[in-house]
Design a protein around this ligand. Sequence first.
Ligand code: MG
Length: 370
Amino acid sequence: MKINRISVWQLDLPLHKPYWLSGGRLKFESLDSTLVCIETDEGVSGWGEGCPWGVTYLPAHGKGIRSGIEEIAPQLLGCDPRQLDAINRTMDLALPGHLYVKSAIDIACWDIAGQSAGMPLCELLGARQPEPVPIASSISTGNPQQMLDEVKRYRDKGYRVHSGKVGADVKLDIERINLLSGEALDNETVYFDANRAWLPREAVTVMNSVSDMHSWVEQPCETLEQIDQVRKLTRYPICIDESLHDFSDLLRIQKYGIAEMVNLKINRIGGLTKARRMRDFCLDTGITMLVMDTGGSVIADTASAHLAQTIPASSCLGSWSCQEMVSVDPAPGQGARNIEGCFIAPDLPGLGVTPERSRLGDPVSVYTES
Ligand code: MG
C-alpha cells in the first residue's frame, strides 16, 4: 500500500464564548484547525487533525502546521502509511522538531492502518479497556462564583472531572481553589491548572495555603526547573502539561521525580505514535496520565479518546472534549461524543470518523505523485 495523495484543509473553529486561561492573561475566541486526508493506491483513505489552542498557548500555530506539511508531504508520497514508525522517521528527517506539525498526518496514517486491519484504533494501539474515559471540563478563569457556576453547568451535562483554570493572582487563586474544592461532590475530581502563570514563590504560597483539594495542580510554572523547585516545597501531586514535548522531557520528569502525572496532548507531542511510546513508559514507571488534544473538532478528540481508552482507569484520569467548546462540527453524529461525561472510543475500524467534505470547502493544498 502506498500513499498517493495528501489533501489539506483549513477550518476555523469559533468558540461558543471567549475563554481565558493562565490567570486571564491569555484569551481565546477561535481556533485555526488543519484537517488532513491521506489517500492510497488501494483505495483506503484516512483522516487526521492538528489544532493548536490559539497562537499564544504553545510554540505552535495553525499556519505553521500547513507550512510544515508542505515540507513533509512530498517525502511521504509512495510510503506505506501502515508502517507508522517508518512514517515518523521520514517526517522527523524531512523536518526535525516541529512536533505539532506532524500529528494530523500520523493520525491519518493510524486511521488507514486500523481500517486495513479491520480494528478500531484503541485495539490496534493495545487493547480496549472496559471503563469509559472520563472527560474533564475546562473551566475558564473567572471570579470564584463564576467558576463554580461553570462547574455546575458541566456537572449537569454529566461531567465528574473538572479542570479549573487559575494563576496570576495568589489571593484570588486560594479563594478559587477553596471554593471549588469545597463544593466538589464525593464522586467528583476538581483539579487546578495554572497554565505556567505562577512564579515558584506564588505556586508555593498558593499550594501551601489552600484547604485539602484531594487532587493535583497542573503546570504551575513556566519551566521544568521551576516546577522542580515547587515540587520540593509542596505536598500536592503535580501534573506536567505544556513543558512535555518530547521523550527526553518525559525522561527528565521521571528521573528527577518532578511530577507524578503528565498530560499527553497528542498534537503537542507529535501524534499517536510518539504518544504511545510515552504511554508505555508512564505505565511502566507509575506516572498517571491525562490524554487529550490541544484543540480541534471531533476528529482530534476521537484520536485522543482511542489512546485514552487503552489505559487502565487507575492510570488515566481523563480526556477533554474540545468539540463541545466550538461551534463547527465537520462530522456530525460521528466519533467519540460526550456520554454522561465520558468518551467511549468508536467501535468502527480505524479512527471511526470521516468528515463530510461538503462542510470543509476546497482543500488549501493537495500533494500528489507527479
Ligand atoms: Mg493544562
